[in-house]
Design a protein. Sequence first.
Lengths: 423, 303
Amino acid sequence: MSKSHRRPPLSPEAAQIVRALQAGRPSRRSMLTGAGALGMGAFLAACSTSAPGATGSATGGAAGTGTAPAGKPSPAVDTSDTDKVVNWANWTLYLDFDDKSKTYPTLEAFQKKTGIKATYTEDIEDNDSYYGKVQAQLKAGQDIGKDIIVLTDYMAARVIRQGLVQPLVESVMPNKTRILPNLAEVSYDQGRKQSLTWQSGYAGLAWNKAKVPGGLKNVSDLWNPDLKGRVEVLSEWRDTLGLIMMEQGKRIDGKFADADFENALAVLEKQLNDGQIRQVKGNSYKEDLISEDALAVIGWSGDIFQLVAENGDKWDFAIPEAGGTLWSDNMLIPVGSPHAKNASTLMNYYYDPKVAAEVAAYVNYICPVQGAQAEMEKIDAELAKSKLIFPTETDLAKVQVFYSLDPETETKYTEQFQKVLGN
Amino acid sequence: MAIASVAHTGPAAPPPAPAGRSRSLTPYLLLLPGIAWLTIFFVVPIVTLFGTSLQVPAEGGETGVFVQAFRFANYVDAVTEYWAQFSRSFVYAGIATVLALAIGYPLAYMIAFKAGKLRNLLLVLVVAPFFASFILRTIAWRQILADEGFVVSSLKWLHVIPQTATVTASAVAVVAGITYNFLPFMTLPLYASLERIDPRLLEAGSDLYGNGFTVFRKVTFPLSLPGVVAGTLLTFIPAAGDYVNAALLGRQPGTAMIGNVVESRFFRIVDYPTAASLSFVLMAAILVLVFLYIRKAGTEELV
């Protein structure tokens, strides 16, 4: 189409009016040029002032704050005694919730007992994105408005290593000694000085009982042609690839060869490219189990029990015969928090066996507190027998904790995994 | 004022004399808030982003720690590694834009010329989806089009689609999702420019023996071009950078768009320099495409 067709023809008079109007004010083009020149000036000015400021700073987000990469931020001054509040960021469906009153019963009781006002938010969608969101502020030593955050082992290890959290105030934590023996010592935090387990859980196999009547015993059962396009695995690669590696007879609780990792990755890649795996997902695999887009998944133990509680007894969970992963989520106090003592008081409260049992009865993950099983008897005798809340020796023998990778290896593996996902 | 004087002096009149000095400053003063805003929220971040894109990992390999350098090879690496995702983004965005135009144009035309009393109601319906978060709406589509859902089961029962077909978790679903999410951005500018058309021009077209189609081709469509240009830009630009649709409706590894790569590089791998270079390349590529498009379509209509 030629130019003349594109524009409505104007009468000579109309054209005159348009021309006059345009002459009476700067034309749009000259305005844009002016703005461009001004913009360019600002650009250059910004270049000359902020580029050196950005030098040496850890990230774009922190540019200009002048933090040195080597220097770790120092903890904020604790104002807990005068400012009786604690702000807690946690994952979804991770604290007992009363649908009727829309409150968290154990948290209400905590406020009554201690007079500390607690604010609870389900802010953490996954480890990586939460780290991405808060790390720049934490590296600058700023308060992120949270006094407790909850992160999985490897991310807890990272924030402790980088000095982004502060020590617990152990003087107000007599219950801390009640932690399960196998959780008391972790490689990333000797003596649990900066972290305390919130809940633990398994990654294993889950399936729709009606559509997969035989159930699943091993990861390779997911590759059954009948399930083509209806299988989902976790985007937390330690769980997905950890399970595949164990199926291949490797251990994941100590250093392994790159080739072991790559062999497991090759299995994942093949199943993705063949269309056997529908999607690789975080928490949202639960919705796909409900809609039945996914019939068999690598998933987390507590999730499946909550699904059953809310949507009927349609799914089952098992630790693969070759082994599953055991992970923990840990409570930590961000370095900028001025309420470390209040936060520690709250952690101590949740290590009271009675309170821990109440939480476990709702979340159905492994309860990290000794003595909670006896308290659970009083709440729900059935749950007190649950192997997923109070693990048996046999189950614990079947699961492994993914070992702490050094940052370089962690980056390398994550990158390889993401590339297989097409990213 | 100016109009009146022109009307009186006739077609040959020279343009009025340029206004005084104080007046010529006014536009710049008026621009000041905008420029300040752009400087703080666009120029400064973009300079920082550019700085980040040239950084290299710090010694010792600690996660998320980078030092400033001028490693322009970051860009080469990013593009050679991810050219497939770049092209996929532009192809998906292009198809979605064409589809949105094909759906949005008749819709806007109908609302502008044929809706009568229903016009306002229909406009509200076009805008109504904005009342809910678009992530929620995209998740809703996943449930509506689930394998065992009513829609897909019915289509399978009618043998419209093969028994093993899945609707979600596919490239088609991603493009459809983008089209759906950006349709209002296409429809509203189209409506605005169609609605402004003087009906007398259409009458004149008919009076000059143009049939319905000819009038549309020679009068209506050319007059609606500003809307088409604005609508396609408003759809294409955000669509090319979108990652939500590919994340929710796509299927790894075949549907990852460049937005997903940036997300993965930034949050998962914690590789800020590559994420920043990818963002920069995306911006530059969009800028070039839009520039070429506007050169072709003409800016004058973009009022």
